[in-house]
Design a binder for this molecule. Structure first.
Ligand code: PLP
Length: 364
């Protein structure tokens, strides 16, 4: 198994270019909803003051049945991984792959060794908790996992907690799973648990940068000590507060239910393409697929106006994998048409450059 770190800095946004239909980045909408834009616009009046995170933390705490001391707001979920890497001194860090690469990248950048626990496609990328080394004092796992779209049972994750271990669960996409059935966001009694959440995907706020960590106040204090001062801006705090309100949570839940229908549509269309194998049992708003020559096919899709996410930069996957975002059916139809065309062209025998029945022209 390769332990190359070359691809860790690659993310779906690098696959985008003007004019391409975006199936590469897992942000749900093209822009924040109008009510949220109004909230953001109103926050501009307060830009002269330094950010005050009290109300936003309170709203997030209430949303997850936690106390305010159990909430740390961050500049996107990505910042939380950097803070963890800088604040903690793990002797044996284990990252469960394939998953979002930033946790490993942040740990390595902070000088920590990282052991990769690579899940197997034959197991549907599901985790057997017994595979996690008992002496691991930091374990990072995504739920649902990007890019495999696997939703690990809460019981599996609970089995990973133990004294002396920080258990980090990246729930960046959990609000896209209807009912959030396997979430540990509100779990207060699990030793060393830190849950990371993002607001950038569901609410189209990737450019604003807002997320948070939930967990033991002692661990969060350690993170806070290494966090840059005023890391989360006033508009980002306004978004955190607004997106944690019950009406917003309900809106996210409805969107999650629609996404399930859209994913079913995508899966049914992909299943009609014999070259494509769908990995595991997708539960997130993206699907991981296996198809021979995916690296070539991805480039051919670009020439047909469609961007998908390459799979080979995720530890544990190779050149025959692609990740595809769930989109409404009318957009999915474009993807499927382009993919069918590419697969047909790919299967055709290479164009002959010389045909025996053609007269040869001798050079003069
Ligand atoms: C699984 C996962 N976690 C965290 C993040 C980072 O999210 P944010 O935009 O909140 O930093 C991403 C971004 O793609 C992701 O895929």
């Amino acid at each position: 198994m390769s332990t190359s770190t070359d691809g860790l800095a690659h993310h779906g946004d690098a696959e985008l270019a003007a004019g391409l239909l975006d199936f590469a980045v897992n942000v749900r909408r093209a822009e924040p909803p109008p009510w949220l834009r109004t909230v953001l616009a109103a926050s501009l009046d307060r830009l002269a003051s330094y950010p005050d995170d009290h109300d936003a933390r309170g709203a997030v705490a209430e949303r997850h049945d936690r106390t305010i001391a159990e909430v740390l707001l961050t500049a996107g979920a990505a910042e939380a991984f950097v803070l963890l890497a800088q604040a903690l001194r793990p002797r044996h860090a284990v990252v469960v792959h394939p998953q979002f690469t930033e946790p490993e990248a942040a740990l390595r950048a902070a000088g920590h060794e990282v052991e990769r626990l690579v899940l197997d496609v034959a197991d549907g990328f599901r985790l057997d908790p017994a595979r996690v080394p008992v002496d691991a004092d930091l374990v990072v796992i995504g739920n649902p996992t990007n890019p495999t779209s696997v939703l690990h049972p809460a019981a599996t994750l609970r089995a990973l907690a133990r004294p002396g271990r920080t258990l980090v669960i990246d729930e960046a996409f959990m609000d896209a799973v209807p009912g959030e059935p396997e979430s540990l966001a509100a779990e207060r009694d699990l030793t060393g648990l830190v849950v990371i959440r993002s607001l950038t995907k569901t609410w189209a706020l990737a450019g604003l940068r807002i997320g948070y960590a939930l967990g033991d106040p002692g661990v969060l204090d350690q993170l806070r000590r290494v966090q840059p001062l005023w890391a989360v801006s006033t508009p980002a705090l306004a978004a955190a507060r607004a997106c944690s309100a019950p009406t917003a949570v309900l809106e996210a839940a409805r969107a999650a239910s629609s996404a399930v229908l859209h994913r079913d549509y995508l899966l049914a269309a992909l299943e009609r393409l014999p070259a494509v194998t769908i990995a595991g049992m997708p539960r997130a708003p993206f699907v991981l697929i296996h198809l021979a020559g995916a690296d070539r096919i991805r480039l051919a899709l670009r020439t047909r106006g469609v961007a998908v996410r390459r799979g080979d930069t995720f530890p544990g996957l190779g050149r025959d994998w692609l990740r595809v975002a769930v989109r409404p059916p009318e957009l999915t139809d474009h993807l499927i048409t382009a993919l069918s065309d590419v697969l047909t062209a790919d299967a055709a025998p290479p164009a002959t450059r010389f045909h025996p029945s053609q007269p040869t022209i001798e050079p003069t």
